[in-house]
Design a protein. Sequence first.
Length: 133
Amino acid sequence: MDKLQYASSSRPDFWKTVNDLLGTAPPSNAPLKTGNDVCCDNVSEPNLFNKHFASISSVPDEVLSKPLPPFNYITNLRIQPLTIEPFAVYRVLTGLNSRKSKGFDNLPNQLLKTYLTIDLLQYFRQFLKFSKK
């Protein structure tokens, strides 16, 4: 605690001290338990939540089995297809802050910037193209 008490008042220095004291290991999630089942991985935990919320759903099965009504558009406006150019992807990737945390893809920004190649740009272009569908 003494180390924290004398830590610099600047925000980055304070958090560096906190990280030094706590270590860099990510916090582990406590296992989830339901009945005799214990879940402690990234696959079974979400399944347990889904099972729980499905079990307390108040929507009757006969409502869930009915088809959805047709969708009626209010306007004639539509979102146009998105064109993704490799140079635009390059600009975005080179502008990433290397000190920021990983994104949803779990890839560090420094990795993306270090190994930025035409192949990687084509990969991102294909990823974005197919993720729209």
